[in-house]
Design a protein around this ligand. Structure first.
Ligand code: PEP
Length: 264
């Protein structure tokens, strides 16, 4: 009997990551996580990550002990330590058993002046500390309307990955997040999202070759909800979601994990 060839979709395990942003105290975060793990805690067909604020990492970590759901942070500083008041290093995150870190989120770029060069430093520091970066890229509404989407995504992706070695690239997760779709209820159409995801994969192919590019997960982020997720997750280059609003309630987040399971 011949062995069936593996499709690219099967190579990449779907991933659903919740970005809680500046929401949830340590106690609220633990309670939400408890509800999530009760329903998907041992699910391994889909990778699930929750990214609480720094102050809830410890309480959430305790709830995640022995579960398949992983712990992520929402940001980190690129330096190891030193006089950087208010900042948190990769080493500090590792000490809390953090495995993933969101980097270059559009809110960090917009409100905290993060540049492509800074995001690149953070990506390299995360990888050096065995943290998986969830690298966010995406265009603003003005850039989309100006026909600049692919150019912006190319610049951000290539800049952020400068110096990332081939053996490190499959630890990087890229999140395509059109800025105009974040928290607005305006979701990109599946065609718009798939076009950019395929484009990002073509950039990865040019940088690292097809075999590695096929292994990198590219998430969609921007008003993803249980209602629109199945269609998005069915696209060949959409490997999961980075979820803001819908990650703040157990039901909607668990429904998104279930949608990813169904699409796997
Ligand atoms: C986000 O901020 O990463 C995000 C995708 O938010 P929302 O799902 O609320 O649009």
């Amino acid at each position: 009997m011949s062995t069936p060839t593996q499709s690219p979709i099967q190579i990449r395990r779907k991933l659903i990551a919740g970005n809680w942003k500046m929401n949830k105290t340590a106690a609220d975060g633990a309670a939400l996580t408890k509800e999530i793990v009760e329903q998907v805690g041992r699910e391994t067909a889909v990778d699930t990550v929750v990214c609480p604020p720094f102050t809830a990492l410890e309480s959430v970590r305790h709830v995640l002990e022995g579960q398949a759901v992983k712990l992520g942070a929402q940001n980190m500083h690129a330096e190891k330590n030193g006089a950087f008041t208010g900042e948190i290093s990769a080493e500090m995150l590792r000490a809390h058993y953090v495995t993933h870190v969101i980097l270059g989120h559009s809110e960090r770029r917009q409100y905290f002046g993060e540049t492509d060069a800074l995001v690149n430093k953070k990506v390299l520091a995360a990888l050096a500390n065995e943290l998986r970066p969830i690298l966010c890229v995406g265009e603003t509404l003005a850039e989309r309307e100006g026909g600049k989407t692919l150019e912006v995504v190319k610049t951000q992706t290539e800049a952020a990955l400068a110096g990332v070695k081939p053996e490190q690239i499959t630890s990087v997760i890229i999140a395509y997040e059109p800025v105009w779709a974040i928290g607005t209820g305006k979701v990109a159409t599946t065609a718009q999202a798939q076009e950019v995801h395929a484009f990002i994969r073509s950039l990865l192919t040019a940088l690292y070759g097809a075999a590695l590019a096929q292994k990198v997960r590219i998430l969609y982020g921007g008003s993803m909800k249980p209602a629109n997720a199945p269609e998005l997750l069915a696209q060949p280059d959409i490997d999961g979601g980075l979820i803001g609003g819908a990650s703040l309630e157990a039901k909607s987040f668990v429904d998104l994990v279930k949608a990813a399971m169904a699409a796997s």
